[in-house]
Design a protein around this ligand. Structure first.
Ligand SMILES: NC(=O)c1ccc[n+]([C@@H]2O[C@H](COP(=O)([O-])OP(=O)(O)OC[C@H]3O[C@@H](n4cnc5c(N)ncnc54)[C@H](O)[C@@H]3O)[C@@H](O)[C@H]2O)c1
Length: 273
């Protein structure tokens, strides 16, 4: 188990911090007394606007989390401005591709959902190991434990994120570095704003708010837990999957068929009339 982590007085970085779950994490860490929280995101102006709205302990840092040189330089800069990084939330993500997706969808998903975590580990873990402490939060998804029926590149690369987080927890826990893995189902953010009634994510139940996810993260970090499941039912789904894989696959096929039938009914001329 990772050591318990408290945001109070900590220096924290949140990638994808300008929107959705990332922004809720930034706000919650500030309200828990973090000394510095860095809003790390792609668009410099958006980052700056979000950080300046959140007060002087929030800082903007424009960062493409998929660029290893930019991540190394961000780690250096933050260290200089605010001292050693206590918690890095590797949260940035994209929803790309329908069904099997294109090669470009796979490439983009792999770069942000797997390699981005690797870049920060390479830049930051040697420093954390030297201090004997530090924490990495990987935002994966319930799609990485179960499956997101609409999108193969998202599902497979989020499985990669969970696998990498587990590998890191096993191989670096004894250096004093904690690793946690966040796996929400549906959350109301700009990423899901266009999800219609037939979106497969809705199979997991009602969407929750980003602030609920941030609460689950703070509680889990305080308890030193690896796996963070803001939707309680995800644990039950995962147990069912592990207990009988064939039964679970059959259930997922039935759910898929139900989704398609409902979609067809919505699109029929009678239902539009
Ligand atoms: N919303 C959900 O239902 C849901 C469910 C499970 C997991 N997640 C995961 O949570 C994380 C946050 O998603 P969200 O719903 O808040 O989405 P969002 O679209 O609101 O925010 C994602 C942020 O990541 C930033 N980003 C994208 N690529 C980046 C890059 N290369 N470098 C830096 N920043 C980058 C975007 O600019 C954006 O601000 C993602 O990893 C997503 O896969 C979301």
């Amino acid at each position: 188990m990772p050591d318990p982590f408290s945001p109070d007085g900590a220096t924290i970085v949140v990638t994808g911090g300008a929107s959705g779950i990332g922004r809720a994490l930034v706000e919650r860490f500030l309200s828990e007394g973090a000394a510095h929280v860095f809003v790390a995101d792609l668009d410099p102006e958006h980052c700056a606007a979000v950080a300046s709205a959140l007060g002087e302990r929030a800082h903007a840092i424009a960062l493409d989390a998929t660029d290893p040189a930019a991540v190394r330089s961000a780690v250096d800069r933050i260290d200089t401005i605010a001292g050693p990084i206590d918690l890095w939330c590797s949260n940035a993500g994209v929803a790309r591709g329908d069904g099997l997706g294109t090669d470009a969808d796979w490439e983009a998903s792999w770069r942000i959902h797997v390699l981005a975590h690797l870049h920060v580990v390479r830049a930051l873990f040697p420093r954390m190991a030297e201090r004997g402490r530090g924490h990495l939060l990987v935002t994966a998804s319930a799609a990485g434990l179960l499956t997101q029926l609409d999108c193969a590149p998202y599902t497979v690369t989020k499985h990669g994120a969970v696998a990498l987080a587990e590998w890191l927890a096993m191989n670096h826990g004894d250096e004093g570095i904690g690793v946690s893995c966040l796996c929400p189902q549906g959350v109301n953010t700009p990423m899901t704003a266009d999800d219609g009634p037939g979106a497969a994510t809705r199979l997991g139940g009602d969407y929750i708010e980003p602030a609920d996810v941030a609460s689950a993260v703070v509680d889990a970090l305080a308890e030193g837990r690896f796996l963070i499941l803001p939707h309680a039912q995800a644990a039950e789904f995962e147990r069912n999957r592990a207990a009988d894989r064939d039964r679970w696959l059959a259930g997922m096929r039935r759910a898929r068929a139900r989704l398609h039938t409902q979609e067809a009914a919505r699109e029929s001329p009678e239902s539009r009339a």
